[in-house]
Design a binder for this molecule. Structure first.
Ligand code: PEP
Ligand code: MG
Length: 907
């Protein structure tokens, strides 16, 4: 006995999205809560999987389908294939995860030469009947028979040209009849077969095609981009639904609505509709629809019903819904609902407001916002001060601002985008086929379509800026031009779009950093209340520290001191220190660096007070502060040539008996510069290493040049003492990089203790400073128990630990073979972005356990890039870390991810 493959809307379980798909489950649920849904049934995703790659649906499935079709005929009082009273159906895809526009749908199925007259007779509307027919042939031809879209478009354009009209709406019944005939001919020519007349054959082919669209290029690319795994959605279900028509006259309409504003989150009616149109016209952006508020005037009773529908949906689902509806001759039908795709601003606001309205709990609100989405909120917006006026205006379809070169097709956008060029995809309207262009573009601009058009919905889902329906622009893909009121945009011209206002500007506009909304602050405060992990920031300058505090960092988990040496006033001193040939010379340079470092730390401590600041002692190899050997060789060669020229000039002046001008370059000076460069070159050659990442760096430097670490330790402790003198609370922590043995730690700790004693006496203050180790070598993990006898805390440097675990050097791996490894699934992800739980995770788990064996109070955190990655944070929480530390802009993401980790673990 095979499982049941088909469920009527009255019987399907509205919670079982894995089996029925999101759309199917919701159609069942809406039917069962009494909403006016056209009758229909769902063929399960499991049925699709049994079909596999077979060319048609298994007969067992079709037997069930036939019996449900008979029940459907009874419900609507029409007959499938009847020449007098034909039942037409839509065949729609719908997987467990929403993938808008990525899979196929066929409408008006059941039309043929025999049933068409019945439809014409029933509706007494020839134009409508032929329109339905040509739409069906087109969609069926494209989806089920694989006929290229362009062949139909060509015919349509030809008919419009002959009829002297621009839009489809201008075509009369006779034109549409001719068009249907032409479409049938196209199908015959392309497939070598007549268009299928048998309605059950049509149905079986359509069901097969919709199941197949799960493995279509668009759907596969979408799942890859959004990391939709088979456990999240395994195949699509197919919904067969009785057709209702929004295009039978002026008492008909079709629309898309959101229960709240998906751009701002405001609790208001939101959406668009078109009178006398079919749903695809709204979504595809073929006609620019009207805002739903106009319906209040135009169809007041239906508007009232629509408000009631929206209220019922929200009250039932307790979640913002995106719904589609059709009004057929004065009756409102709800065709589908799903969780509304919103941008992060709206997601956060609606989640927080629904808690205040008593609809959901704080925990539900937290889990409703995906941590990675918060990055959208950190997008800049335009600085309009002194801005030139916009050159075009469209609808504000997806907030945020973006600049880039205009590109007129998705393929080119992808090529340029991948090579690092910022592009704006400019299209008349977008289609699902353009999805790869979206991924590569900074933003999207269309000249047609509304706020619920394909471009708008997809851009919002991706958090990309979008201006839709900029009707003043005439976009010609062939000539790659967009012309508007006094403006011509060529491919490659840089424009800026503002998805929050709908404005389009020429050139790259300045941007201002984003700000935290009150709702986001509230949500993140709730997150901090539940999170088990603390979130710290990686910050090396007072400016970055200030930003970290604004983003809610609870301290600094990694201050990379070497970055402090790169500023122009410090680098020469650092170079002097490196070039020193004696201990005394080195100490002199370090003495000059000490007050600078101390000031840096004082500033950082002030900004962060009273939060802890973990300072890492110098880590990178010293040659990183010097120019490259090649650069020095080039400089020296140029200086030699210059010296010859200067010498020639001096000789010429002497021959002429003229004295040299006072500011003339002098040969001796050039000679001394050459000598300095040569000295530097010798040092560079001396310091050169085969593999610097595994070479003379980290604590190895501190051991071989103890004076460097001493200077840094002194600077940290003196800064602490001075801040305390000023009444500022500071909690410094000193961290040693690249450790492999406890003996290295002991050596550095002795130095800390000696200096601390000395400074405490000097400043007459007791200092508290924690001492810890980075864990970024495999040996450190293996020796964690002995390290923890010396260290009070561990911080996993997972950037280096990933290199060490894999024996990969990051740059080589990412540029040479990792993309192939991930594409061919030898590795699930890039381990430098996503923590490798299987491999490195085992090492980490072992290090935590060993460390706490000898030091139960050991504090453990992570400060590699993974510290800002939500799934990696979840793992850190599972293995009992105390904190994560990440770059300042990722702090909000990490705060929410930390809360998710706790909430999901407690489930
Ligand atoms: C690390 O290795 O993870 C780390 C934080 O150190 P860096 O990236 O500076 O090597
Ligand atoms: Mg490191």
């Amino acid at each position: 006995m095979h499982p049941k493959y088909v469920y009527a809307f009255e019987e399907g379980d509205g919670k079982n999205t894995q089996l029925l798909g999101g759309k199917g489950a919701n159609l069942c649920e809406m039917t069962q809560i009494g909403l006016n849904v056209p009758p229909g049934f769902v063929i399960t995703a499991a049925a699709g999987r049994t079909s596999g790659d077979t060319p048609s649906v298994p007969s067992g499935v079709m037997t069930e389908v036939r019996s449900h079709m008979h029940r459907l005929e009874q419900k609507v009082g029409k007959a499938f294939g009847s020449p007098t009273n034909p039942l037409l159906v839509s065949v729609r895809s719908g997987a467990a995860m929403s993938m808008p526009g990525m899979m196929d749908t066929i409408l008006n199925l059941g039309l043929n030469h025999a049933t068409l007259p019945g439809l014409l007779q029933q509706t007494k509307n020839e134009r409508f009947g032929y329109d339905a027919y040509r739409r069906f042939i087109h969609l069926f031809g494209k989806v089920a028979l694989g006929v290229p879209d362009a062949l139909f478009d060509e015919q349509c354009e030809a008919i419009k040209r002959d009829a002297g009209v621009k839009a489809d709406a201008g075509l009369r019944a006779s034109h549409l009849r001719d068009l249907s005939a032409r479409f049938l001919h196209v199908v015959q020519q392309q497939t070598g077969q007549p268009f299928p007349e048998d309605v059950y054959e049509q149905l079986a082919m359509a069901i097969t095609a919709v199941f197949r669209s799960w493995t279509g290029t668009r759907a596969v690319a979408y799942r890859r981009e959004f990391h939709i795994t088979p456990t999240m959605a395994n195949g699509t279900a197919v919904n067969v639904v009785a057709m209702v028509f929004g295009n039978m006259g002026d008492d008909c309409a079709t629309g898309v609505g959101f229960t709240r504003n998906p751009g701002t989150g405001a609790n208001e009616m939101y959406g668009e509709y078109l009178v006398n149109a079919q749903g695809e016209d709204v979504v595809a952006g073929l006609r620019t629809p009207k805002p739903v508020q106009e319906m209040q005037r135009e169809m007041p009773e239906l508007y009232r019903q629509l408000v009631a529908l929206r209220n019922t949906l929200e009250a039932h689902y307790h979640e913002v819904q995106e719904y589609e509806y059709t009004i057929e001759q004065g009756t409102l039908y709800c065709l589908q609902t799903r969780t509304g795709k919103m941008n992060a601003v709206a997601r956060v606001r609606t989640a927080v407001e629904m808690v205040h309205e008593g609809l959901i709990s704080k925990e539900q609100a937290l889990l409703r916002v995906n941590p990675s989405e918060l990055e959208q909120l950190l997008h800049p917006c335009l600085d309009l001060q002194g801005a030139h006026p916009p050159v075009a205006q469209g609808l504000p379809a997806s907030p945020g601002a973006a600049s880039g070169q205009c590109v007129f097709d998705a393929d080119r956008a992808e090529i340029l985008g991948r090579s690092g060029v910022k592009v704006i995809l400019v299209r008349e309207e977008t289609k699902p086929e353009d999805i790869h262009g979206f991924f590569a573009a900074q933003g999207i601009l269309t000249s047609r379509g509304g706020k619920t058009s394909h471009a708008a919905v997809v851009a919002r889902g991706m958090g990309k800026a979008c201006v839709a329906g900029a009707e003043g622009l005439h976009i010609e893909t062939k000539t790659r031009l967009a012309t508007g009121d006094g403006v011509t945009l060529h491919e490659g011209d840089v424009i800026t779009i503002d998805g929050s206002t709908g404005h389009v500007y020429l050139g790259e506009m300045p941007m201002i950093p984003p700000h935290f909304s009150d709702e986001l602050q509230t949500l993140l405060t709730w997150a901090d209340d539940v999170a088990g992990l603390e979130v710290l920031a990686n910050a090396d300058t007072p400016e970055a520290a200030t930003q970290a505090v604004q983003y809610g960092a609870m301290g600094i988990g990694l201050c990379r001191t070497e970055r402090m040496f790169n500023a122009s006033d410090r680098l020469p001193l650092m170079v002097e220190m490196i070039l020193a040939s004696t201990t005394e010379e080195r100490q002199q340079a370090l003495d000059k660096l000490l007050p600078i470092q101390r000031d840096d730390f004082m500033q950082m401590f002030r900004v962060m007070s009273p939060r802890p600041v973990t300072v890492r002692l110098l880590d990178p190899p010293m040659h990183e502060f010097l120019p490259s050997a090649q650069q020095l060789l080039d400089d020296i060669a140029a200086l030699h040539e210059y010296r010859v020229a200067v010498k020639g000039q001096t000789t010429a002046f002497q021959a002429l008996g003229v004295s040299l001008p006072d500011d003339a370059p002098c040969e001796e000076l050039i000679t001394s510069v050459i000598a300095k460069k040569q000295q530097m070159l010798r040092k560079v050659q001396e310091l050169s290493e085969v593999n610097p990442m595994l070479g003379h760096r980290g604590v190895r430097l501190g051991i071989t040049y103890p004076a460097i670490y001493e200077m840094q330790i002194r600077a940290i402790l003196e800064a602490t003492a001075r801040c305390l003198q000023d009444g500022i609370q500071v909690w410094p922590e000193i961290m040693v990089p690249q450790v492999i043995t406890a003996r290295e730690l002991v050596r550095v700790k002795q130095s800390v203790e000696a200096l601390q004693q000395h400074i405490e006496t000097q400043y007459r203050r007791k200092l508290v400073c924690k001492f810890g180790s980075m864990i970024e070598t495999v040996r450190a993990c293996l020796q964690a128990d002995t390290l923890a006898e010396v260290a009070e805390f561990f911080s996993f440097g997972t950037n280096d630990l990933t290199q060490a675990t894999f024996s990969f050097s990051r740059e080589d791996a990412e540029s040479k073979f990792l993309p192939l490894y991930t594409a061919s699934q030898l590795l699930p992800d890039n381990p430098f972005e996503v923590l490798d739980v299987e491999g490195m995770g085992t090492l980490m788990q072992m290090a935590v356990a060993k460390g706490r064996q000898t030091n139960p109070l050991l504090k453990v955190g992570i400060c590699g890039e993974h510290g800002g990655h939500p799934a990696s944070i979840r793992f850190c929480s599972q293995i009992g870390l105390n904190y994560v530390s990440c770059s300042a802009p990722r702090v909000p993401v990490a705060r929410l991810a930390a809360a998710h980790a706790t909430l999901l673990e407690s489930r």
